[in-house]
Design a protein around this ligand. Structure first.
Ligand code: AMP
Length: 183
């Protein structure tokens, strides 16, 4: 089994509920088991600035799926949840990114892991390190070192938990909520 870390973001509708639902749908996907879920964090948009603030989280999962199958699962969930591509980098009900695929580097035309912008994004690094403080890049560099290069003050705690009941109600029921002791 490999450990994959997903990054999730939402800035439309009930952002916390959207993230909780996406995590539940990931957990229900064949070949994927969510093992840990971060707190929720809120931050201002970075690329396209004229849009609502985002809520972000990270989820760790065990998987035996290939990276391209994980991308397909993530994109299926985005579609299922009604994500409509309007502006590139614009508002979205849900965004599901693959931040890390164990210590493996993936370079495919439509999939790069580690996520190409992970090192520059406090809103991805902060929740990631909450669920995988020991994570390392394929280069061997600890991911926690990257936090020095970002503005962590741009990210504020939104909620310690994903919306109550969402993940725990998964049929597999194996996801544990983070109790915040790692931060
Ligand atoms: P986004 O607008 O952030 O959802 O970008 C989605 C696009 O990024 C898709 O076309 C994916 O093929 C591509 N992509 C490349 N690397 C990744 C990754 N690590 N996780 C998710 N999407 C990725």
């Amino acid at each position: 089994m490999l450990r994959v870390i997903f990054g999730l973001g939402s800035n439309l509708g009930d952002r916390a509920a959207n993230i909780a639902k996406a995590i539940r749908l990931l957990d229900e996907s064949a070949g994927l088991k969510i093992t840990q879920v971060s707190s929720l964090y809120e931050s201002a948009p970075v690329d396209f600035l004229d849009q609502p603030d985002f809520v972000n989280a990270a989820a760790a999962a065990e998987t035996d799926l290939r990276p391209e199958d994980l991308l397909a699962a993530a994109q299926r969930i985005e579609l299922e949840m009604g994500r409509v591509k309007t502006t590139d980098k614009g508002p979205r009900v849900i965004d599901v990114d693959i931040l890390l695929y164990d210590i493996v580097e993936v370079r495919l035309p439509d999939l790069q892991v580690p996520h190409p912008r992970l090192r520059q994004r406090a809103f991805a690094l902060v929740p990631l390190l909450e669920v995988a403080a020991d994570a390392i890049f394929p280069t061997g560099e600890p991911v926690r070192w990257a936090i020095k290069g970002v503005d962590i003050d741009s990210v504020r705690l939104f909620s310690k938990e994903v919306a109550s009941g969402e993940v725990a109600s998964s049929p597999k029921g194996q996801a544990s909520r983070n109790d915040g002791t790692t931060r």
